[in-house]
Design a protein around this ligand. Structure first.
Ligand code: PGA
Length: 251
């Protein structure tokens, strides 16, 4: 299947820095992209991305993604951004349940499932993140944790589950420079694929991407695994050269 390389800029960037990064990406992207490419950027910069993408042919094939989405459709939810608002900016993806949201904002499995539901309802592909902490891995709970996190999303979304992108992001590998080995990651991806297969006949077409210190040096070996269908890239997505190397490793 076509792989997906998605950058997660997190709370980084500025009008000036974004323009430089996007222009550098545009000048390095091959004319025919070897994979699907997305950048999940801070919401205040969606209009900037749209304007640059419209004026820069090389960026036309790069999809826009959000880093979060409200679990509610509209109304008195101060600070939240709804699915329909994201849709106004032609957002194609929305990350939901990133471990930083689970950890710092107390997001539960049920809330993450509701966010995925909101995204799917307007045709935005949720990038649903699951992953264990170091303590959970050391306690032998990796499988149990990721299956519990995915089960909530399956339960809330029924047959639409084949429309999601799933991201396995071991919490201990995020921003730490420690990557799961290709074999460690593949083992978890296979567990997730089997869980999807029990819920949908289309599990083989669900992209299961890996995130956690993926970089220019380790991308190819991770992406060579049979159940690793792309990457969710944090730190390395902020450097055009590194992000471009990862994209070419996904061909
Ligand atoms: P990282 O972040 O690549 O900097 O580890 C990945 C993520 O948090 O999505």
């Amino acid at each position: 299947m076509t792989k997906l390389i998605a950058g997660n800029w997190k709370m980084n960037g500025s009008l000036t820095a974004n323009e430089a990064l996007l222009r550098a990406l545009a000048s390095g992207l091959p004319q025919a992209l070897p994979c699907d490419v997305a950048v999940c950027i801070p919401a205040p910069y969606f209009a900037q991305f749209q304007a640059l993408a419209a004026a820069t042919p090389a960026l036309a094939a790069v999809a826009l993604g959000a880093q979060d989405i409200s679990s509610q459709p509209a109304g008195a939810f101060t600070g939240e951004v709804s699915a329909t608002m994201l849709k106004d900016f032609a957002c194609r993806y929305a990350i939901v349940g990133h471990s930083e949201r689970r950890q710092y904002h107390g997001e539960t499995d049920a809330l993450v499932a509701a966010k995925a539901q909101q995204a799917l309802a307007v045709g935005i592909t949720p990038i649903v993140c699951v992953g264990e902490t170091l303590a959970e891995r050391e306690a032998g709970q990796t499988t149990e944790v990721v299956k519990r996190q995915l089960a909530a999303v399956i339960q809330a979304n029924g047959h639409c589950i084949s429309e999601i992108v799933l991201a396995y992001e071991p919490v201990w590998a995020i921003g730490t420079g420690k990557t799961a080995s290709p074999e460690e990651a593949q083992t978890v991806h296979a567990v997730l694929r089997a869980q999807l297969a029990a819920a949908t006949a289309h599990a083989s077409r669900v992209k299961i991407i890996y995130g956690g210190s993926m970089n220019a040096a380790n991308a190819a070996s991770l992406l060579a695994q049979p159940d690793i269908d792309g990457g969710l890239i944090g730190g390395a997505a902020l450097k055009a050269a590194d992000f471009l190397s990862i994209i070419s490793a996904a061909s």
